[in-house]
Design a protein around this ligand. Structure first.
Ligand code: SAM
Length: 218
């Protein structure tokens, strides 16, 4: 699915999020930078915007991994991508040694995993001890009115614009469904703990439209 929408993905991302995805990524980079990392892995990196933004984390090694070859092609062609290693890999089975990254990030990706716990365990495996996991994911606002507006936008506007711009109606009907099926904050924080992390913190962004989770590898 991501192979087929790769050419229009960035445009749709910025249009559908009204540009706020850039702010959310900046929040992720700020958290990464606080860890003073040497090496960062961005899982499900897609067209590479997060990996490119992570250059500001101060890390000397940045790797972006994704299962979609076409998404990676778009990433590699970007001017900011110089110096970033892009690797085609399944996040549920990462081709990296144990403990080789200081920070692992994943933005709007974990929602798409078939075996989410397995993915989190893999991210833990490749992190060094006390390394940091940062997960950025779309979420539903808790407030009633905001939640209803959000549902209207996601269930009506997003599939329509998605179909018109990407010509792939399935992908943009899948998007709201995948957000709706993703576990609420407390439940996902519990999954992160189950995968072997501690100090799990969740912060809401833009009134709950997105949530950023940060956790330390045990
Ligand atoms: C919504 S896009 C997010 C891309 C990027 N992180 C961003 O912030 O724009 C989701 C990405 O997850 C990737 N993906 C889905 N399942 C994956 C898996 N098991 N392993 C690695 N990447 C995966 C898709 O190929 C796609 O590029």
């Amino acid at each position: 699915m991501f192979d087929s929408i790769s050419g229009r993905y960035d445009l749709l991302n910025h249009v559908l999020s009204l540009g706020v995805d850039r702010w959310w990524r900046k929040s992720m980079v700020r958290r990464a930078r606080r860890c003073r990392p040497q090496s960062v892995l961005d899982v499900a990196t897609g067209t590479g915007d997060s990996a490119i933004a992570l250059k500001k984390s101060g890390a000397t090694r940045i790797v972006g991994a994704d299962i979609s070859a076409q998404m990676l092609k778009v990433a590699e062609a970007k001017s900011g991508a110089a110096g970033i290693e892009f690797v085609k890999a399944d996040g549920e089975q990462l081709p990296f040694e144990d403990g080789c990254f200081d920070v692992v990030t994943i933005a709007f990706g974990i929602r798409n995993f078939e075996r989410r716990l397995q993915g989190l365990q893999e991210m833990r495996r490749v992190l060094r001890q006390n390394g940091t996991l940062i997960v950025l994911e779309l979420s539903m606002p808790a407030n009633g009115v905001a939640r209803n507006l959000y549902k209207l936008y996601f269930l009506r506007v997003v599939p329509l614009l998605g179909r018109l711009i990407s010509r792939n109606s399935y992908a943009y009907r899948y998007l709201p469904r995948s957000v709706g099926e993703f576990p609420p904050r407390k439940a996902f924080a519990a999954e992160i703990r189950e995968a072997g992390f501690e100090n799990v913190k969740a912060a809401t962004l833009s009134g709950g439209l997105a949530t950023i989770y940060e956790a330390r590898r045990r």
